[in-house]
Design a protein around this ligand. Structure first.
Ligand SMILES: Nc1ncnc2c1ncn2[C@@H]1O[C@H](COP(=O)(O)OP(=O)(O)OP(=O)(O)O)[C@@H](O)[C@H]1O
Ligand SMILES: [Mg+2]
Length: 482
């Protein structure tokens, strides 16, 4: 089983199993001892009676063993009559280890069982010996055997045995009863344990769900509901809430700093650009300075674009980048984008094609943002497609959503790079100059993704190095209400 809940249930059940096993074993052992002692007392009493009877009889009437002609020797019938009333197994053994007398119970035993009794009797000691013996699978006895020399010639030893069934209370019954009851108890306990573990962990589950919802990045202002119970769970919730507060604060200052910095940079950049443009058009500017000024202007333009993008992202992070949603026909925006692509591709010898439905594709969107999204994708497609390649733009509308596909036959993206392309400032080859033939800073796709998501849509990418790349933007019909 996986998860804390499963593990708790398993360990709880194993613990219960061990406890029940230990309890049963201990109970069995504790109860067994007094019961055996009880049986031993019983055989001792019978042994005492038998020995006393044999000795007394010998003193009164002389030798007790009768040996007639070819018959095996037996105990004097008058003497043995006293033993016939015994309900237990009583065996009297002669000098040559032959049985002189068997009580009725002993005579009724199977041959094998009698043999086992006799061989036990053969190992008698003077002090007497007790033990347990299995006569057959269904019958175990507790026996006592003693050597005797005061019962006259011919009599060697006496064995008394009584079935273990005679225990007034049989502890083995406990084990058997536990064998039946324990699986039920354990099953019940496991089910109860699983339920209890689930109940105990439910608050953790709900906190996990809430934290998941909060850490999507835009909900850091939300807090967990703290249970009133003042237990571990409420402490956890309080601690997480404090962590969210700190995270919110640091994210807040980071966003604010980026927003403020990019905002503050806008004006100086504008002044710079105006200055350079003026210098470029000024008749007195020496011709050899024109090249440097051109370069400067290009850098300033790129920097302005980057500052704009940074400001947009910082505002989006703060939730301060509202969409100006208005109804529009997406075909217009795609046509515009296609025109731009054509212009961009002109110098690079790249073929641009566009496919759109014949009917209008109305969708409430932020026209400027969607235009920006398309432009970013198209600029990338043209930028990363070598001469002789092609860029295809496709608009399709389905029942629930509208998709825009930008496909190129360019250099493609390595599989290991794919997860990073939407990261801010990420570029496949960081060593590549930000100017060069493929200029950029790596913010385009971050903005594109934000625009798609702000409209309730999504963007996906498929790419094979050397074969091309395909971006798919999906906008739901309810795009503007997201
Ligand atoms: N169509 C494409 N073909 C191949 N690689 C691409 C494509 N589009 C994006 N990439 C890779 O993903 C990176 C990130 O793209 P992104 O648009 O965010 O940045 P950029 O184009 O380098 O710079 P910026 O768009 O900010 O001017 C690119 O540097 C490039 O390595
Ligand atoms: Mg780009």
């Amino acid at each position: 089983m996986r998860g804390i809940r499963g593990r708790l249930t398993v360990s709880f059940t194993i613990a219960l199993l061990l406890a029940l096993g230990g309890f049963g074993g201990a109970l069995y052992y504790e109860l067994k001892q007094p019961s055996v002692i009880e049986l031993d007392e019983r055989t001792a009493l019978e042994m005492k009676f038998a020995l006393n009877w044999l000795q007394g009889s010998y003193r009164l009437v002389g030798p007790l063993v009768v040996a007639r002609d070819s018959m095996p020797p037996t105990l004097n019938a008058g003497i043995s009559a006293a033993f016939e009333s015994s309900r237990d197994y009583l065996v009297i053994i002669g000098e040559r280890q032959q049985p002189l007398f068997l009580s009725e119970a002993a005579r009724n035993l199977e041959f094998g069982a009698i043999d086992r009794l006799l061989s036990e009797a053969g190992r008698a000691t003077v002090a007497g010996r007790t033990g347990s013996l299995e006569l057959d699978p269904a019958l175990s006895v507790r026996y006592r055997v003693t050597l005797t020399d005061s019962a006259g010639p011919g009599v060697a030893s006496v064995l008394v045995a009584t079935p273990l069934d005679n225990l007034t209370f049989d502890p083995a019954l406990i084990l058997r009863a536990m064998g039946v009851v324990a699986p039920l108890v354990i099953l019940l306990a496991a089910m109860l344990g699983y339920w209890l573990a689930g109940r105990a962990l439910a608050p953790v589950e709900s906190i996990t769900d809430e934290v998941d919802a909060i850490t999507d990045g835009r909900s850091l202002h939300r807090r967990l509901a703290v249970p009133l119970s003042a237990d571990e769970i409420s402490r956890l919730a309080l601690t997480l809430n404090r962590m969210f507060a700190r995270l919110e604060q640091s994210f807040g200052s980071l966003h604010r700093f980026t927003a403020d910095a990019s905002h503050e940079l806008k004006t100086p950049l504008m002044v710079l650009r105006a200055g350079v443009e003026r210098a470029l058009t000024h008749p007195g500017t020496p011709p050899d300075a024109i090249g440097a000024l051109d370069e400067t202007l290009e850098q300033i333009n790129q920097m302005s674009e980057m500052v704009d993008n940074l400001l947009t992202l910082a505002r989006a992070d703060e939730g301060r980048a509202p969409l100006a949603v208005e109804p529009c026909d997406l075909r217009d925006l795609v046509a515009e984008a296609s025109e731009t692509a054509g212009m961009l591709a002109e110098g690079g010898d790249v073929l641009v094609t566009t496919r759109m439905p014949d009917h209008p594709v109305p969708l409430p969107v932020d026209r400027h943002r969607i235009r920006e999204l398309l432009l970013n994708l198209i600029t990338n497609a043209v930028k990363y497609t070598p001469p002789g390649g092609r860029v295809d733009l496709e608009l399709a509308d389905a029942a629930t959503d509208v998709t825009v596909v930008v496909r190129d036959s360019g250099i493609g993206i390595a599989p290991g790079d794919l997860p990073h392309i939407f990261d801010r400032f990420w570029r496949a080859d960081p060593a590549r100059s930000r100017t060069g033939d493929r200029p950029g800073v790596g913010l385009g796709l971050s903005i594109t993704k934000w625009i798609a998501e702000a409209h309730g849509g999504s963007i996906t990418v498929q790419s094979r190095p050397g074969r091309g790349t395909l971006f798919t933007v999906t906008l739901p019909r309810t795009a503007g209400q997201a």
